[in-house]
Design a protein. Structure first.
Length: 198
């Protein structure tokens, strides 16, 4: 068996170590703060060497920057699967259910937002890393709308607004936690604020 192929043993081991490193880092960042957590702290928890760590990540910042890399294709896939006659703004809201339906992802998103809030420089880097998300949503939305985003600003504006609404909703869900109110409900409110775009 070729371990180098996708889904092979080597690929699964690499993914497991990557996931473990990210999970350990998030826990430590929450407990100690991002700035006070070192790579040494992270590798000690996971039980690997620094040398092994640097085979997976160039910096501890990359542990956070990696979070959500799999979300963009999931958002786009869900968007492309929405009913063709659904309004663009509604379709964008529903594609974000990929995140809100998973309590683990919601908790990670809220934790990431808390870490970002405490570190403006890190926040800027993560925001920059998410720019391709808007572009990918824009392309998929333009396809749904039967338009060219080079000539029509609507897909770009709507995609950017949807991701801004998501960011605001995650922040609000942290700042004003209310028992029984879930991120999805807060996100509904954020989208409703711009409902006339339909």
């Amino acid at each position: 068996m070729n371990d180098a192929v996708p889904g092979g043993v080597r690929a699964r081991v690499r993914q497991a170590i990557t996931d473990e490193l990210c999970a350990a880092a998030l826990r430590l960042f929450e407990e100690r703060g991002y700035d006070r957590t070192t790579v040494d702290d992270i590798v000690e928890v996971v039980g690997i060497s620094q040398r092994t760590f640097f085979r997976y990540f160039a910096t501890k910042e990359d542990l956070l920057l990696r979070w959500g890399d799999d979300l963009s294709p999931l958002f786009v896939g869900r968007l492309r699967g929405r009913p063709a006659d659904e309004a663009p703004w509604t379709a964008l809201r529903r594609c974000l259910d990929v995140l809100t339906e998973d309590p683990g992802r919601v908790a990670d998103a809220q934790l990431l937002m808390r870490i970002m809030t405490a570190s403006p420089a890190l926040s800027a880097r993560i925001t920059q890393r998410r720019l391709p998300w808007a572009r990918e949503l824009e392309v998929a939305l333009a396809e749904r709308m039967g338009t060219d985003p080079a000539d029509d600003l609507r897909p770009s504006v709507l995609a950017a607004a949807a991701l801004s609404a998501l960011s605001i909703a995650v922040t609000r869900s942290i700042e004003q936690p209310r028992e029984g109110v879930e991120l999805g409900a807060v996100l509904d409110q954020a989208f409703a604020a711009l409902a006339p775009v339909d």
